[in-house]
Design a protein around this ligand. Structure first.
Ligand code: GAL
Length: 766
C-alpha cells in the first residue's frame, strides 16, 4: 500500500563542498575535552549536552539537558617548514558558545555567537613541530529559548593556502539569465602580502558522474594586492538551470598563480534566477509557491552535533512530503546543510538571529547585538551567498523593535548591510506584531514575513501593493504521534489537558493561542494568491520548547510534522496531500485499536490529494463524501474492532487507498532500515501483533544490540516526555515504535538486534 516512505540512500554527492580552497582539511578527530574537572578524548562535531541526562529541575524550554558551562578543547597541530611558507587558518563552523582560540597559550581570536562560522589566522603564530591549539567555551545559561547544545558541534578545518591566493570566503558568483544562455560573474577577492603580478584563471565546470566538462573559462593577469577584487565573467550557452526539481550544480575552479606559487579555490554554484515580485516568488521566471518548513539546528537524539547522514535522512523525508523550502530558524545553519539544500533542491531562508536589542533571554543575543551584529551578518552572507538554494536573508525573528519606531534604524541598517554584501537577494524577517505590518516598519525589510497572521495577508497586499509577502512562520499545530483525545473538538485549545500523559491529540486541530491548525492558514493562502509561500513551524520536533507543557516532564517539542525520532505524525500526509497534488495520497486517522470504545463515536479524518472518498468499516460503506476544505471527516463512526478502509477518488476515478486495522496482543518486533549511510544508519522497530498489525498503544521495553563493526550512538522513540537518556540502548517503544542510530566503525556486515520480553525478536542486517 501507500505509506512506504521512500527513504533511500542518495548516491555520493556530485559536487558537494562549500566554496573553499583546495588545501583545506577536516580537523575533527582526537581532541582532548575538559569539562567539570575531567578530561577525555572526543571526535568533533561534539555536543556535550546530549551526553547528559534529562533532569526535571532543568528548564523544559531548553530541553532539560545540561548544555551550559565552561569547557576546553585542545589538539596538537604539527607544522612543517614547508607549511610555514604558507598561510594557515583554523576554521570552526560552530562552537557553542563564546569561543576563545589560543595558539601555544596565546589568545589568537574567538567568536561569541555560537551559530556563526569563525576563522582564526594562525599565520605567524606557529612554530615548526608541535603547536597546541585550544578552544575555550563559555556557554551561558539563560541564553536561548530552545536547546542550543554545547561544544564544538560543527566541523573544524585547517586551511593552508599560498600567501597570494583567494581570500577567505573570497568569491562571489552571481548569474544572469538571457534567452538560451547565462552570464556568470565571479567577483574574486585576493589576499597578498605585497603587491605582485598574479594570474587568475577560472574554469566553469559541469560534472556528470566522475567526468568534468569545462563549459567556460577565462584568465586575467593583474596587479594583486591584499583585498584587491577582480570580476570575471563567463557566457554559458544552454545552461542547465538549478531548481528544486533539477538541482543542477556547476563549479568554478579558480587558480591564482604568481611567479612561484599556485593556489586553487573552488566555488560550487547554480545558475538560476530567484525573484520576489509583488504577486509571489518566481524561480527561473516560473511562479513557485514556497512549500516550506522551519527547522531548528538540532537533529533529535544527536543534539546539535552536525551529522551529514542525520540531515540527509531528514531532508529526504521532507522532499517526500513535497516540501521545497526551509527556513533556518533562527540562526545560520551548518554550511554543509546548505550544500545539501543545493544538491537536493531546497529553497532556503537563511536567518541571522532571534533577537536584536530587546532581550528574550537574560544572556541571549541582545547582549551581543551591538558589538557583533555586523560581524555575524557579514559572516553569514559571505559564507552563504554562493548557494543557489539561498533565496532570502532573514535579519531576525519576532524582534521586539517591530513596535518601536525609534529603533527601526536597526532593521534598516541590517537590510542595507545585506544589500551591500549581496545586491542580488532581498531581506525578510519573521514578524508577529500585527500593528507593525501597517505602521511603516514593513518598509524596513524587502519581503514581509508574517508569523501566524494569515488573516492579514489580504490587507497587507492592499496597503503595500508593491511589496512581496509570505508566511515566515505558519500553523504551529501541536500533536503527539499516535495519541488521540476524545471527544474530538475542533477548537484549538481542546487537544490536551494539563495532566499526564502530557501529550497532544493528533487530530491536527490543536495549537497554542497565537497559532492554528494547518487548514486555517491554507484558507488564506488560497484567498490571497500574492502570498509567496509558507514556512510551517516546524518540519521536525526539536529539543526544548515543549509548548504547552513547559513545566511538565516534557523535554522536546510537539510542533513537528515529524517526531523527534523521525517518525511521521498524521500531519505528514496532510501536508503531502496539499503539496503533492499529483501524488496519490490517502491517510486515515486515528489508528483503529480502541478497546473499551465499542459503540462510541470515534471521528475519522482522511487526508487525500483526491477530491472524494468512501469509508468502509468491516466492508460496510459509511458513505462517500466530497472534500470540502482540506480533509474529509466522518464524525459519527461508531467504533467496532476490525478494518477501516478508505477509497479516495480524483475526478471520479479511484486514486488512492488506506487502511487501519485493530491490533491484537503484541507478539513480535519488526525491524526495518530507515536510512543507511556511510557513517550513520537508522533502524526502526515496530511492535506488531501476530498478524503483523502495529500495536499503537505498545510501550514495550526494547533492547537494541549490534553485532559487527558498529556501535549504538543513540536511541529515541519520539516521546516528548521521555527522560531515558539518548545514549541508552534500551528504551520503551512509543506508540508502538522505536528507533536506533548506529555508527559504522569498520567494513563488514553489521546486524542490529531488537528484543523485548515476551516478544519475538527482530534482526536486520545493514
Ligand atoms: C514563534 C517563534 C518560534 C517558536 C514558535 C512556537 O512565535 O518565532 O521560535 O517559538 O513561536 O509556536
Amino acid at each position: 500500500m501507500k505509506k512506504t516512505l521512500t527513504i533511500i540512500t542518495l548516491l555520493a554527492a556530485v559536487i558537494s563542498a562549500a566554496a573553499q580552497p583546495v588545501g583545506r582539511e577536516l580537523w575533527n578527530d582526537g581532541w582532548s575535552f575538559t569539562k567539570d574537572g575531567s578530561t577525555r578524548t572526543v571526535n568533533l562535531p561534539h555536543d556535550w549536552g546530549v551526553e547528559g541526562e534529562f533532569n526535571q529541575e532543568y528548564p523544559g524550554e531548553t530541553g532539560k539537558l545540561p548544555w551550559w558551562g565552561k569547557a576546553r578543547y585542545g589538539k596538537t597541530l604539527e607544522v612543517t617548514q614547508e607549511d610555514l611558507q604558507k598561510d594557515i587558518r583554523l576554521e570552526v563552523d560552530g562552537a557553542m558558545s563564546n569561543a576563545s582560540v589560543f595558539v601555544n597559550g596565546v589568545k589568537a581570536g574567538g567568536w561569541a555567537y555560537g551559530y556563526s562560522s569563525l576563522a582564526v589566522d594562525l599565520t605567524g603564530r606557529l612554530q615548526e613541530g608541535k603547536n597546541r591549539i585550544e578552544i575555550v567555551l563559555d556557554n551561558k545559561p539563560e541564553s536561548s529559548r530552545w536547546y542550543p547544545g554545547g561544544g564544538i558541534y560543527r566541523n573544524v578545518w585547517i586551511t593552508k593556502t599560498e600567501k597570494t591566493s583567494v581570500a577567505h570566503w573570497g568569491t562571489f558568483i552571481t548569474t544572469q539569465l538571457a534567452p538560451g544562455k547565462a552570464i556568470v560573474y565571479q567577483k574574486v577577492t585576493l589576499k597578498a602580502p605585497e603587491t605582485c603580478i598574479a594570474r587568475i584563471s577560472t574554469r566553469i565546470l559541469y560534472k556528470e558522474g566522475n567526468t568534468e566538462y569545462v563549459v567556460a573559462e577565462t584568465r586575467s593577469v593583474i596587479e594583486a594586492w591584499d583585498g584587491r577584487t577582480e570580476v570575471q565573467d563567463f557566457e554559458i550557452v544552454n545552461p542547465r538551470l538549478w531548481s528544486p526539481e533539477n538541482p543542477q550544480m556547476y563549479l568554478a575552479r579558480t587558480v591564482v598563480e604568481t611567479e612561484d606559487t599556485k593556489d586553487v579555490y573552488e566555488t560550487p554554484f547554480g545558475i538560476r534566477s530567484a525573484e520576489f515580485r509583488p504577486d509571489g516568488f518566481y524561480l527561473n521566471g516560473v511562479k513557485t509557491f514556497l512549500k516550506g518548513v522551519c527547522l531548528h539546528h538540532d537533529a533529535g537524539a544527536l543534539g546539535a552535533a552536525w551529522n551529514e547522514d542525520a540531515w540527509q535522512r531528514r531532508l529526504i523525508m521532507l522532499k517526500d512530503m513535497g516540501c521545497n523550502a526551509i527556513r533556518m530558524s533562527h540562526n545560520p545553519p551548518a554550511p554543509e546543510l546548505l550544500d545539501m539544500c543545493d544538491r537536493m533542491g531546497f529553497l532556503v531562508m537563511d536567518e541571522l538571529t532571534d533577537t536584536w536589542t530587546v532581550p528574550k533571554k537574560e544572556n541571549g543575543y541582545a547582549t551581543l547585538f551591538n558589538e557583533w551584529v555586523e560581524k555575524d551578518l557579514t559572516a553569514m552572507i559571505r559564507r552563504d551567498r554562493n548557494h543557489p538554494s539561498v533565496i532570502l536573508w532573514s535579519i531576525g525573528n519576532e524582534c521586539g523593535e517591530q513596535g518601536w519606531p525609534e529603533r527601526w534604524d536597526i532593521p534598516r541598517r541590517l537590510t542595507d548591510l545585506c544589500h551591500r554584501e549581496d545586491p542580488t537577494r532581498l531581506t525578510t524577517a519573521g514578524n508577529d506584531n500585527p500593528g507593525a505590518a501597517f505602521s511603516g516598519y514593513a518598509e524596513t525589510i524587502d519581503v514581509y514575513g508574517f508569523n501566524y497572521k494569515p488573516h492579514l495577508y489580504e490587507q497587507f497586499v492592499e496597503e503595500h501593493p508593491g511589496q512581496p509577502v509570505l508566511g515566515s512562520e505558519t500553523s504551529s499545530c501541536i500533536s503527539t504521534r499516535g495519541y488521540y483525545l476524545f471527544p474530538v473538538e475542533d477548537d484549538k485549545g481542546k487537544g490536551w489537558t494539563m495532566d499526564p500523559p502530557f501529550q497532544v491529540s493528533s487530530y491536527d486541530l490543536y495549537a497554542p493561542g497565537w497559532a492554528s491548525k494547518p487548514d486555517y492558514e491554507w484558507e488564506y493562502e488560497d484567498k490571497v494568491p500574492e502570498c509567496a509561500g509558507e514556512f510551517v513551524w516546524t518540519g521536525y520536533d526539536y529539543l526544548g520548547e515543549p509548548t504547552p507543557f513547559n513545566m511538565a516532564p516534557s523535554r522536546s517539542s510537539y510542533f513537528g510534522i515529524i517526531d523527534l525520532a523521525g517518525f511521521p505524525k498524521d500531519r505528514f500526509w496532510l501536508y503531502q496531500s496539499r503539496w503533492c497534488p499529483d501524488k496519490p495520497v490517502a491517510h486515515i486517522l486515528p489508528h483503529w485499536t480502541w478497546p473499551g470504545r465499542e459503540g462510541i463515536a470515534t471521528p475519522v479524518h482522511v487526508y487525500t490529494s483526491g477530491d472524494e472518498a468512501e469509508l468502509f468499516l468491516n466492508g460496510k460503506s459509511l458513505g462517500r463524501k466530497k472534500k470540502d476544505g482540506y480533509r474529509i471527516v466522518w464524525d459519527k463512526v461508531f467504533y467496532t474492532p476490525g478494518t477501516l478502509e478508505v477509497v479516495c477518488y480524483k475526478n471520479g476515478r479511484e486514486w488512492a487507498r488506506d487502511m487501519v486495522q485493530t491490533a491484537g496482543k503484541a507478539a513480535k518486533l519488526y525491524a526495518s532500515v530507515d536510512y543507511e549511510g556511510e557513517d550513520l544508519s537508522y533502524v526502526a522497530v515496530d511492535v506488531l501483533d501476530k498478524a503483523g498489525v502495529l500495536c499503537p498503544g505498545s510501550s514495550a521495553l526494547i533492547k537494541f544490540e549490534v553485532k559487527g563493526p558498529a556501535e549504538i550512538v543513540a536511541t529515541d522513540a519520539g516521546d516528548p516526555t521521555s527522560h531515558v537518556p539518548f545514549y541508552s540502548p534500551e528504551l520503551p517503544a512509543f506508540a508502538g515504535k522505536a528507533s536506533v542510530i548506529i555508527r559504522r566503525t569498520g567494513k563488514g556486515p553489521v546486524t542490529v538486534l531488537a528484543s523485548s520480553k515476551g516478544l519475538k525478536k527482530a534482526k536486520i542486517s545493514l
